[in-house]
Ligand binder design. Sequence first.
Ligand SMILES: [Zn+2]
Length: 149
Amino acid sequence: MRCPYCLFGESFVVDSRESNGSIRRRRECQKCSKRFTTYEKMVFDLFVVKKDGRSEPFDRKKLHGGVLRAFEKRPISEEEINSLVDAIESRIRQHKGREISTKIIGDIVMRQLKKMDGVAYMRFASVYKDFTDVHAFTQEINALEKRGK
Ligand SMILES: [Zn+2]
């Protein structure tokens, strides 16, 4: 989404609300700090393919819910959660094609969480990643502890 004033490509979402099948987003340019509004039509342009092969339209609310659960009782504001979900969603939407697997989505989410909060990352990972391999799980924890998180 380009800033209409300076054409910079990155913006923060300050507010977003849904109405009549479209999403109104209030954005703030990361470069010139001017604010503008965008309207996005809600179309099911992206499908999430689950492990069992079934697919369903990508649902931002589900993503948001998953991220919220991971950050439960962690020191983070609602605004930070929203911009994190935005960042994750835009990465998901950069994926080529109309379908994306839950595994790839999980990887994208984990990559973002890892950078922000070790605890939230581990919570998310324990739900979405099958740590059937105990060794891999231990390695993840060790790596986190080494970084002091
Ligand atoms: Zn701008």
